[in-house]
Design a binder for this molecule. Sequence first.
Ligand code: UDP
Ligand code: MG
Length: 322
Amino acid sequence: MVHDTQLALVVPCNNEQEMLPTTIEQLSAVLLRLIDSGTIGGGSILFIDDGSTDNTWRIIASHAAESDMISGIKLSHNVGHQNALWAGLEQAVAMKFDAAISIDADLQDDISVIDEMLAAFHEGNDIVFGVRDNRNSDSFIKHFTAHSFYKFMASIGGEIIYNHGDFRLMSLRAMKALMQFPERNMFVRGMVKSIGFPYKCVYYARKERTAGTSKYPLAKMINFAFDGITSFSVKPLRFITIIGLILIVISTLLIIYGLYRYITNSTIEGWTSLMVSLWFIGGAILTCLGIIGEYIGRIYSEVKQRPRYIIEEQTGKNKESK
Ligand code: UDP
Ligand code: MG
């Protein structure tokens, strides 16, 4: 069946000069094949340069000058993957694409499932999640931390699809719905799930990065995990209250015991248990303050409502949409 869907491929890039030439070649080939087979009516690749310090923007600009299938947005500084992705989706909405597929510049996600994604979209699904069915290409640490994170998110009630990254298709309607979320502390994959439109999952094996290095060092990953947890659940705060209540019960028992020892005149010993509990309570208090701090810090960044990103330059067709 022939469709006239206009498809955008949204690709956030941060220092991806080693990878980009291959990515551009492969994604262009995909679009041309889809157009030829009548799966889509037309398409475009939208690169978002997230404050790269290498040749990324020059590569995007030179390709955009040659092909009207490619356009780019240069953000004024590095705002992180989630914000860069948001910039791309906003652009796709502004350009009125019927659907957009977000994909990492390193093409670790299998572009051959794009056909399946489009089929699911044409069946009437607004969102199609790409889901990794193995993590063989990840290091043990990454595998372990990611697995624990998804499990933890599920246990605290975060809306998240297990093993879904940011490789997904969204309809124009779904993108517009997403744009109504005002928060700055973003965990896009969870927000998309909570839109509530019909969705489907397609499965693929995630490949290894073929060029360049991961732009997600441990510190960024930890930050990302905290964003995910705090943006979807206040359960950690509830957890603090419960610990506090348990400690009050324990200390009441200890007071009774202490009074009993006092009355029976045997109070000197017990230094060890006192020291141990002192350290424990100190640690517990600091942890709890830290968790509250995580939320307060995020409330602070929400009330400021600073722009998610600032566009410095644009190239290609998208210029006309502004
Ligand atoms: N990225 C970005 N801004 C950042 C970090 C990463 O736009 O601050 C992009 C990066 O270029 C890539 C995608 O986000 O297209 C995912 O990053 P990466 O592949 O390094 O993460 P990993 O696959 O190792 O989790
Ligand atoms: Mg990657």
